[in-house]
Structures are given as C-alpha cells and as structure tokens.
Design a protein. Structure first.
Ligand SMILES: [Mn+2]
Length: 349
C-alpha cells in the first residue's frame, strides 16, 4: 500500500453547475493554500464524469477532494478505475457531498485504498460540509458556506447570493453558447471567491458586482429572464388530478428550473392575460431535452414520488425526472397528465 505521508499536491473536483459547487471549490482552494499544496481544479456535471475521472489516474501523491457531486451510476466503473489507479500512485480520496448515494456507489469509494473519506450529509449543502470538514475556523469559508446554503436551499435571503447565482448562470450560458471551456469562463469568479470570499466579487456598500461588464450582463439577463418567464406562464397547461392542481410549463432557453419554480410559486407573478392563476399544487417544468423538474405549492404532494414515475427522484419538495427528447409540448403534457392520473403515489392522503 502506498504511503499517505508523501502528499504534495491537491486536486479539486467540483460541480460546475451552481453556486454550491463553486463555493465548495473555493473552500477547497483555501484549504490547499493553508496546507501549502499546489492545486488543480476540475469542474464537471453529470454526463461529464468520464472526461474528468479518466484524468485522475495521471495524478500521484495528490489529495483528491471531490465536492458537491453525487455518484453518476452510469459512470461508476470509470470513476472507480480512475480513483483506484490514482490511489495506487499515492493519492488519497476525500469525497464531500449531500446527494443520494446507492449502497453500491458508497462501497466503491469506501473500499478504495489509503483511507478514503466519504462524507454524505443530506441536511447541509456541499459547501457547508467542506467548511466543517476542511476549514472550520476560517470565517471566509464560513461565509461562502452561508452563501451556498442560501441558494442551494432556495432561501433567497442574501442579495449577494442571488447575484452570484445569476452571475454564474450568465457566465455558464455565455460559455455554452460560444462553446468555450466552462472552467476558463468560471475561473475568475472562483479565484476571486477563494481569495477574498464574497467580497472578492461583490461590493456590499454599493450592492453591485466589482466587474461592471458582468454587472451589466446580469441586469440584462434578469430582464430577459423575466420576459421569458412571462411567456412560459402564458403557455402553461393545467389539469386537476386527484383533487390537485397540476401545472406543466416549458422552460425557455437560459432559464433554470429553480428560477421558474421560484417565480411560479409567487401568486403575484401569476397574472396571466389579465386573469389570476392559482399557485399549482404540483408544478412540472419541461426542459429543452425533455428533462422534468418537479416543485410543489402544497405539502399534499410528493415531488419525489411524482418524479419516480418518470425515471427520476429527489426530495418531497423538489425533484427531477426525464421524459426524453420531444417535439410537441402538448404530447408531453398529455402523457404526463395520463401517468399522474394512473398513480396515487404522489398524493398525500
Ligand atoms: Mn449542491
């Protein structure tokens, strides 16, 4: 077995998609600095594990810290093989996450050599776990964890967290549109957060981002998003099933499920064609590639049980599933309504 004492560098692998992944990576960065370890960053999303975990076998004597990523079961072998090789070359694995893990995936990580650490806690976001495990005495890491918690639990009580969420969306959508490298695009934000916490990107006095161009882009993005969400609401499809109001909307390009879910949970946003819509008991968003998002407006609905009918899962209050590529939104709606009618699992009686 390789020695664990020779660790001389750190590899940070985190989620590219949201503020929790970003803040987790920033906390790991601060940990690397504190320990004086040379450090690399990789960001990924589900579907991209292959690219990242095939590269970890190139590392030696490196502490590999993975944050805010659950196991992508489809890529389990790639992940296991990559990490096994890295570990045989003196690496050590620390995986900090808050998603659902299967017993098989847990075993794949905990059975690695060199005393792997797998910390899964569903009550916290990943940045909070990273803060507690790696940097418990660091006020900047604590602040980053608080910011991440506010967005990950969709509390939206911290304006800096809202801005950071939108800034990250602007940067991500911009890079995806131009087919640019996501890490390159996100890196300046990550570096600023790692070095100076939220104040590295945000001026608390003027309540604006330091980067004036990004500030402008965020303002524009918010305006456009508002227009797009109005349009999505106008195209809504409602049906009462088992006494619950089920609403399906299409997600416009550049809008996230959380954006739309939050917007449509507010009665004041639901003025449609002069009439007032009720907040739906179950809101289902249909993404461009047929991905389904489930949010609820009443506790008499179980989003995870509804999502399960569409090859998905999640929490009672928020879940995700899949319908598949589609052309006709009406066909998707009819099928979803049918499937929900045939099951009572998602309704609390
Ligand atoms: Mn997260």
């Amino acid at each position: 077995m390789a020695s664990v004492n020779k660790i001389d560098s750190l590899l940070s692998i985190s989620h590219d998609k949201d503020v929790d992944g970003l803040c987790s990576a920033a906390i790991v960065w601060r940990y690397a600095e504190k320990k004086g370890l040379k450090h690399d960053v990789m960001l990924t999303d589900y579907g991209g594990f292959n690219q990242v975990f095939s590269k970890v076998s190139l590392y030696r004597n490196t502490l590999i810290i993975i944050t805010d990523l659950g196991m992508d079961e489809a890529e389990l072998d790639t992940v296991k093989n990559g990490l096994s090789r890295a570990v045989a070359q003196g690496c050590r694995v620390v995986w900090l996450d808050h998603h659902q893990w299967s017993p098989r995936s847990i075993k794949a990580i905990t059975s690695l050599e060199n005393k792997p650490i797998l910390r899964i806690n569903h009550d916290h976001c990943a940045a909070e776990i990273a803060f507690k495990v790696l940097m418990p005495k660091d006020p900047i890491s604590e602040e980053l964890a608080t910011i991440a918690h506010d967005t990950d639990f969709n509390l939206r009580q911290i304006e800096a967290a809202n801005i950071l969420t939108d800034a990250l969306s602007v940067v991500r959508f911009g890079a995806l549109d131009k087919k640019e490298d996501l890490l390159d695009a996100i890196f300046p934000l990550l570096e600023a957060l790692a070095k100076n916490g939220i104040n590295g990107v945000w001026n608390p006095e003027s309540q604006t981002l330091h980067d004036p161009l990004l500030s402008k882009k965020v303002a524009h993005y918010r305006k456009e998003r508002h227009k797009k969400m109005r349009k999505a609401i106008a195209g809504h499809n409602d049906m009462e099933i088992h006494g619950k109001l089920v609403r399906i909307v299409e997600i416009p390009h550049g809008v996230t499920t959380t954006d739309l879910g939050t917007y449509m949970a507010e009665p004041k946003n639901l003025n449609n064609d002069g009439g007032n819509l009720k907040v739906a008991d179950l809101l289902i968003t249909v993404g461009p590639s047929g991905k389904l998002g489930f949010r609820r407006g009443s506790e008499e609905v179980l989003c995870n049980a509804a999502a399960k009918l569409f090859n998905g899962g999640g929490h009672p209050f928020a879940a995700g599933g899949e319908w598949g590529m589609y052309e006709d939104f009406q066909v998707v709606c009819t099928d979803i309504f049918n499937t929900l009618s045939e099951s009572h699992d998602w309704v609390v009686s």
